[in-house]
Design a binder for this molecule. Structure first.
Ligand code: ADP
Ligand code: MG
Length: 263
């Protein structure tokens, strides 16, 4: 049965999508069966996997959530990443309004994934930068949450919002959901502030901060414009290597065995 992990942070531009795409590629390279779900109408993860959001079969995740298409019909393959994708397009933004009066409106993704959970080892959810119905669908479907963040002055403030969101999700939506870890992105250890924020994160969230921090790396920023994860675009880059190290660290936390070795 797949472990379902939501990558979430209400803040935009913190590296959620970059993390989802590169973790999906990293786990796939190490031999796991991976499904990426793009819950963001901006469809950055979809495009970053090499899938054209203007030509989605059966209308993408939007139609699936509305119950107008099957998962089989919507599912795509990322050839550059080696994993499957439930892709998004701008229409997905409309689901917000259209699902309001629908039954089980927060459980739609969870219900849709139930039929394929046995086909995958890992399902990764890319959440939009808002606490909306799409994010709630992500939080209802996931058993674990990874929170990417930049080590800046206001980071801790944003985190307390996120911790509250998680508490509410646990109380009303999904009693089993747990934080898997906090991930430092676009990290530069030379900044004193980065070190101070890291120390505070360790203090307030003992055992949650991933040892691996993702460095600021231009190859990670360039790869999406080629429709590729960094592992396919430049596997020797610092960014690709950092995400591979994170794959190992997550596998340890989840007690997952990785069938293949990748340098
Ligand atoms: P989010 O999904 O949280 O909005 P993204 O993953 O889209 O964040 O990242 C925001 C921007 O920063 C993108 O242009 C992305 O390419 C870039 N970016 C993300 N992580 C890194 C990194 N480690 N180094 C350099 N650029 C990055
Ligand atoms: Mg994003």
């Amino acid at each position: 049965m797949a472990t379902v992990i939501a990558i979430t942070n209400q803040k935009g531009g913190v590296g959620k999508t970059t993390t989802v795409v590169n973790l999906a590629a990293g786990f796939a390279a190490k031999g796991l069966r991976v499904l990426l779900v793009d819950l963001d109408p901006q469809a950055n993860a979809t495009m970053g996997c090499g899938i054209d959001k203007a030509k989605l079969p059966a209308g993408g995740l939007y139609r699936l959530l509305l119950g107008e298409a099957t998962l089989e019909a919507v599912r795509c393959r990322s050839e550059s990443g080696g994993f499957d994708v439930l892709p998004a397009n701008r229409e997905l933004g409309g689901a917000e309004v259209e699902l309001v009066s629908a039954p089980r409106r927060e459980q739609r993704l969870k219900d849709a994934l139930a039929e394929v959970r046995a086909d995958y080892d890992l399902i990764l959810l890319d959440c939009p930068p808002a606490l909306n119905l799409l994010t709630l669908n992500g939080l209802a479907a996931a058993s674990r949450v990874i929170i990417p963040m930049q080590c800046e002055y206001y980071a801790l403030e944003g985190l307390s919002d996120l911790v509250n969101t998680l508490k509410k999700a646990r109380a009303s939506l999904n009693p089993g959901i747990e934080m898997l870890g906090l991930l430092r992105t676009m990290y530069d250890p030379r900044f004193t502030l980065s070190q101070q924020v890291s120390a505070q994160l360790q203090q307030y969230f003992p055992g949650k901060l991933f040892e691996t921090a993702i460095p600021r790396n231009v190859r990670l920023a360039e790869a999406p414009s080629h429709g590729m994860p960094a592992l396919a675009y430049d596997r020797a880059s610092r960014g690709a290597k950092a995400y591979l190290a994170l794959v190992e660290e997550i596998a340890q936390r989840l007690h997952l065995t990785l069938p293949k070795q990748v340098g």
